[in-house]
Design a protein. Structure first.
Ligand SMILES: Nc1ccn([C@H]2C[C@H](O)[C@@H](COP(=O)(O)OP(=O)(O)OP(=O)(O)O)O2)c(=O)n1
Length: 363
């Protein structure tokens, strides 16, 4: 077995057995994913004045005492409003061995709803990063940006990956792996900046669907209900016409799709990182974890594209077809997961093209 890499499902289960991962309510049967664990909301949320980080000398609970405005009971479900910031203790807590660190990311379904989430730890100085050997509670900051949402105790908005050491593939290793396994359906792939570039797809015959823009002042989205919401009540479809480009209006939210089909072989996990944080005009993808098996043919995934959550800031910005918007970095798994993303798990986004979150009725 490798000594460094991302812990697969079987090793996450072992963390639970050894007490490195504790839960205040029994794990859900499908909570452990091929390379991550879904995190669940606890029984209360606090609306706070503003987002914060605890910093090296504070516990989250102490800062919460100072900043909280209102306590909300999540046991029977509650509405979280757009534009507000909430802090929610999670049902999972950690007591990691010294050699294991972790990182968190919104689930893809959460990103597709434009719900901003970040995990916080006691004495944490960064969001979504959990230091090796961390022992203590986990909290989630939640801020719905476009739709008001209904959540309850047990709702799963975020996920955590555990790793030992550093097992990132170098550009040379990516090139070799691409030759053996075809990581993206573009030849040759653009391997740069430590990853494989992903670009935006705005092509299509006049009248074909190229994306969606979130509507304002919509009804609620219940994050635990699948295929329960009408697309047109929440989204304005965008169709190709004229030049293959799209003007992003400031502060609007868009769902678009990558031009490249993406493949994550079973012994690897991938993460989408921003193309260039210095291109400040727009932000792509809040959700960045790609599971082992995503786009893998034997897991039913041939042709899977990446869904891109895009938001423009400050000024209107023209996105053009083929523009690079992100990079996929690949890491070794410590070993092959027992179940792969896709057919093994009844996953929602295998073999997807342009796809809204699972909450909307398929059109
Ligand atoms: N910006 C992103 C992030 C992820 N994915 C893909 C790759 C992931 O392997 C897959 C599922 O991601 P999550 O596990 O985060 O999503 P959910 O848990 O919401 O979906 P599922 O129930 O299918 O696991 O979605 C994507 O297309 N675009």
């Amino acid at each position: 077995m490798r000594q460094t890499g991302i812990l697969p499902d079987t090793e996450i289960a072992a963390l639970f057995e050894s007490g490195a991962l504790a839960v205040s309510r029994a794990l859900d049967h499908d909570q452990i994913q091929p390379a991550s664990l879904d995190l669940r909301l606890g029984d209360r949320a606090w609306r706070v004045r503003a987002s914060f980080l605890p910093g090296p000398n504070s516990l989250v609970a102490d800062k919460l005492d100072r900043l909280k405005l209102h306590e909300i009971d999540l046991a029977n479900g509650a509405v979280l409003e757009t534009g507000c910031v909430y802090i929610v203790p999670l049902l999972e807590s950690l007591n990691l061995p010294a050699g294991i660190s972790a990182s968190a990311n919104p689930k893809s379904s959460t990103g597709r709803l434009d719900i901003f989430t970040r995990v916080m730890t006691d004495r944490g100085q960064e969001f979504d990063k959990i230091a090796p050997g961390y022992g203590g509670p986990l909290y989630l900051e939640v801020s719905p940006r476009t739709f008001p949402i209904v959540v309850r105790t047990g709702s799963r908005l975020s996920q955590i990956r555990f790793r030992t050491g550093n097992a990132l593939l170098t550009e040379d290793e990516l090139a070799v792996l691409h030759r053996a396994e075809t990581l993206v359906a573009t030849d040759p792939p653009n391997i740069s900046g430590g990853g494989i570039a992903l670009s935006i797809d705005l092509s299509g015959e006049a009248g074909s669907l190229i994306g969606y823009r979130g509507k304002h002042h919509t009804g609620l989205v219940d994050v635990d209900r699948r295929a329960a919401h009408e697309v047109l009540d929440y989204w304005e479809p965008l169709y190709a016409h004229g030049a293959p480009e799209l003007v992003l209006d400031p502060d609007e939210f868009y769902i678009l799709v990558s031009q490249e089909a993406v493949h994550v072989p079973p012994l690897y996990a991938a993460e989408m990182t921003p193309f260039d944080p210095l291109v400040g005009e727009f932000r792509v993808h809040y959700a960045g974890f790609f599971d082992p098996g995503f786009g893998h043919s034997s897991a039913g995934g041939t042709g899977s594209r990446a869904v891109l959550e895009v938001r423009s800031h400050e000024v209107p910005f023209i996105l053009e077809h083929g523009q690079i918007v992100g990079r996929l970095v690949y890491e070794h798994m410590l070993k092959r997961p027992k179940a792969l993303y896709g057919v093994d798990l009844g996953s929602n986004y295998q073999a997807q093209g342009l796809k809204l979150s699972k909450h909307f009725r398929p059109t």
